[in-house]
Design a protein around this ligand. Structure first.
Ligand SMILES: Cc1ncc(COP(=O)(O)O)c(C=O)c1O
Length: 386
């Protein structure tokens, strides 16, 4: 047995990262200081967006995204079921109804044809918006979703927590990076340690919309406005106004220093992830018991996860865990979580997502996974299936 535990994902912290954090600890600002706009600017530049707003985590990013777009009690919002629960919960925080749309069996992303059917079967205004996820790092064709949403006056939130650096080539031949704000109104990212960029906890929202940017900045910090141009009155420099009911969803300078340092390695991390995926693809290409993920030619996959599908999922899962390989299942579909079942969702509602979730299995995928470790993982899977 491999002595060291091999997990499905993990962070990579370098001496440079530690130095960057220590510098902030020795500085005047632990929070609300200069590292926050520095991280925001660097991140916006990386994904090609006009604005970026750094927040405490991906969940708070989703929550204030939904609020800034006006989600309120009774609003219907379409969400993919193949995601972490937070993508749907943000609608519930605002009192909205989550309407799930099934996934595509090849990409595991929201099924755009089913999405179109859902939207066009109701009058304009019935659905307010859609939250779709660049699941596992596979970027959704947001151009296609935009064309449907435009006709129905719907907004779009892209949950790119798995996909910083991912892109697809649109119908005009342009590279569209997740988070560049060209098609999606808002895009959210998470910096949880298993993600591409780790800040402990942390999140980011990107947008090209000036008004949404302003609203999000207020909602992140108690709904307080300090922008002179937007105050209702200005008796002096001490003055600030609470204009909306916001939260303390701020990130710290300590976390942002780590984020800035980690962002510099994003391209390297993506290349490593691509190489690891290519090696898994090659190893399993003739193994009928293992279905590997398919990726279209016009897509750059960020490979947060490398998901295989197998009939003997439980047996393989238990076996891998017993030999210290901490594989994981992504995900049980959100609509079958007891909370969402209590709201009226049931088994059989979304057959593709349900079938996928019975067979899916995430293999170790992180940039510091060594060749030796990956070969060991492959060898054990091949031994098991033969
Ligand atoms: C797709 C997706 N959305 C949202 C989140 C929530 O992010 P966070 O854990 O930073 O709150 C996650 C985190 O696991 C995620 O995977």
């Amino acid at each position: 047995m491999y002595m060291k535990k091999i997990s499905y994902g993990r962070q990579y912290i370098t001496d440079e990262d530690i130095e960057a954090v220590v510098k902030v600890l020795n500085s005047d600002y632990l929070t609300q200081g200069p590292k926050i706009p520095e991280f925001e600017d660097a991140f916006a530049k990386k994904v090609g967006a006009k604005h970026a707003i750094a927040v405490s985590n991906g969940t708070s990013a989703l929550h204030i995204s939904a609020l800034s777009l006006g989600v309120k009690t009774g609003d219907n919002v379409i969400v993919t079921p193949m995601t972490f629960v937070a993508s749907a919960n943000c609608v519930r925080y605002c009192g909205g109804n989550v309407c799930f749309c099934d996934i595509d069996p090849d990409t595991f992303l929201i099924d755009i044809n089913k999405l179109r059917q859902m939207i066009t079967s109701k009058p304009k205004g019935y659905y307010k918006g859609v939250i779709f996820v660049d699941f596992a790092g596979y970027p959704v064709d947001s151009e296609a979703i935009r064309s449907i949403c435009n006709d129905y006056g719907m907004w779009m939130i892209e949950d790119a927590c798995h996909a910083p650096g991912a892109y697809f080539i649109d119908s005009k031949g342009n590279k569209q990076m997740a988070g560049n704000g060209v098609y999606s109104d808002l895009t959210v990212f998470s910096f949880h340690p298993v993600k591409h960029i780790a800040t402990g906890e942390g999140g980011m929202i990107t947008t090209n919309d000036d008004d949404l940017y302003y609203k999000l900045r207020c909602l992140r910090s108690h709904g307080i406005c300090q922008d002179n141009n937007r105050l209702t009155r200005c008796p002096g420099n001490w003055y600030y106004e609470m204009q909306d009911l916001g939260f303390n969803y701020r990130i710290t300078d300590i976390q942002c220093a780590l984020g800035i340092s980690q962002l510099k390695r994003l391209d390297w991390s993506l290349q490593r992830r691509q190489a690891i995926a290519a090696k898994y693809n090659e190893a399993f290409k003739n193994i009928s018991q293992i279905k590997t993920p398919k990726v279209a030619k016009n897509v750059f996959h960020a490979y947060h996860l490398y998901v295989i599908q197998t009939e003997k999922r439980k047996e393989l899962f238990d076996y891998m865990r017993s030999i210290n390989i901490f594989v994981q299942v992504h995900y049980e579909p959100v609509h079958l979580m007891p909370y969402y079942k209590n709201l009226g969702n049931k088994e059989g509602d979304l057959p593709v997502a349900e079938n996928y979730s019975k067979h899916c299995f995430s293999l170790p995928m992180y940039p510091t996974l060594t060749d030796e470790e990956q070969e060991y993982v492959i060898e054990k899977i091949l031994e098991f299936v033969k």
